[in-house]
Structure formats: C-alpha cells, structure tokens
Design a binder for this molecule. Structure first.
Ligand SMILES: [Zn+2]
Length: 250
C-alpha cells in the first residue's frame, strides 16, 4: 500500500512539473496585419488599432487614429463587428471619425482628443497627438497587469515636441514613408522605446483588393533607419514583423 502511495505521489509531481514546462508563461501577444493595422492581445483583452484590408479579427476594443480610409475603414470595421458580436464594447476615435463611426452602429463610440485618458478593463489608454493632414491622435496603451506599454503613432508625419513627456514605451509602432529620417530619429530620441516595429506597408499581399498606400520601397526606409539608430547609439531595437504572425510577449 505504501508503495502504491509513493508511485501515486511521484506521478502527481511529474504531472505538475510537465505542465509547468509545457506552458511557459506569456504576457500576451500582438500581431500586425499590414498597413497600420495592429492587434493587441493583452490581459485577456483584444484590441484592434486601425483595422484595415477586410481582415476581420475578434475585438473588445477598437482604436482609430484618424478618418482616412485606410484607418477608419468601414467594411473592415463591419467585418470585425460581424464576427465579434457583443464582444466589441467600445470604439475610440479622433474627432474626425464621427462620420465613419456613424456607419458602424451597435457599439459604444467615443471621440477623444489629445490629452484624454480612458480606462478599459486593465488597460490605460491615453490619446497623444498624431500629425497627418487633420486632427489625428496616437494611442499610448499600458497594460495594468503586466506594465507593458505600447505607442501607436498612426500616420504621424513630422517632428513635434509633444512626445518629450511621454511615459516609458516598450513597443512603438511607427509608419514608414511618412516622416523624414531626421524627424524619425528626433522622435525616437524623445520617446526612447525599447522596440520599434515599422508599419504602414505590406509584406505578404494580404487582402490586396483594398490596396495598401505604403511606400514603394519600405525596405530602404527600414535599412536607413536601422543604420542611423546604430550610428546615433540609440538603444531602441528594431522589430521586423511579418503580417499575421504573432509576436509573443514574455
Ligand atoms: Zn495611412
């Protein structure tokens, strides 16, 4: 009997050890779907920023930086709502998104201005400026559970001093082909993110029917940026994402 109890205990210990090995703890993930479309999966909340290209993903929260058709894209937003059902609870957008938001009924929508803070579940979301022809906004998002922070600059296209007071940023999503190299470097020096993920281009031809207004040669922008980051001794690491492949946060 004693022998049986020993074997049972040994089996239980092996089971727990194996399950700990098998499920390495993750703090969430993010995906990039081309253009400025970024999906965050953090603290059990799914966030879509500027969903585009007709690619529907389930979402609890939608963040739209500005009203241009590749950012506040009604067909993609409708696809998202169709597969998410009641899971999509809130959409935030810049003041220019009112007309676009009118076309996606059935969820709570809020137009936010720079400086505003919104809390959604464990997330703190702050609206920062984003310059792109009209009053756009960028989003600083911090996960209260893990402390990991993100900044999505929308189509921000020129250097402004406003980011000098930015809280620490782990992951910066930055559109290529919008700012000059000098402006990108100056902006990076103000924000000092740990990682920079270049976006606003397409790598694998997803949903080509909508077109992607990306720079013709994103690789050149990225290579020039990488060179300057090194020569300026900026500690930010470049993160080259592939569309649709999750980047796991550990
Ligand atoms: Zn754009």
């Amino acid at each position: 009997m004693k022998k049986q109890a020993f074997y049972f205990l040994a089996l239980v210990l092996i089971f727990f050890a194996a399950s700990n090995l098998g499920c390495q703890k993750t703090k969430g993930a993010f995906l990039w779907w081309g253009c400025d479309y970024v999906e965050l999966d953090i603290s059990g909340v799914k966030v879509l920023i500027d969903p585009y290209g007709g690619i529907p993903r389930k979402a609890n929260l939608l963040l739209i930086t500005h009203s241009h058709a590749d950012h506040c894209h009604v067909p993609t937003l409708r696809n998202v709502l169709a597969i998410s059902g009641k899971a999509t609870e809130l959409a935030l957008g810049s003041s220019q998104c009112a007309a676009c938001f009118d076309q996606i009924p059935g969820i709570e929508k809020k137009l936010v201005a720079k400086g505003e803070t919104v809390h959604y579940k464990n997330l703190l979301i702050q609206a920062w400026p984003s310059v792109e022809g009209e009053a756009g906004i960028s989003y600083f998002i911090r996960d209260g559970q893990t402390g990991i922070s993100f900044l999505h600059l929308g189509d921000h296209n020129s250097y402004i001093r406003d980011f000098q007071g930015m809280p620490p940023v782990d992951y910066l999503f930055l559109a290529m082909g919008k700012m000059s190299l000098e402006d990108m470097i100056a902006t990076l020096k103000d924000i000092r993110p740990k990682y920079l993920a270049p976006i606003h281009y397409m790598t694998q031809g997803w949903a080509p029917q909508y077109g992607f207004p990306s720079p013709a040669d994103p690789a050149r922008y990225i290579a020039d940026l990488e060179k300057r980051i090194k020569s300026e001794n900026i500690s930010t690491q470049l993160l080259i994402l592939k569309t649709g492949e999750p980047f796991r946060l550990t």
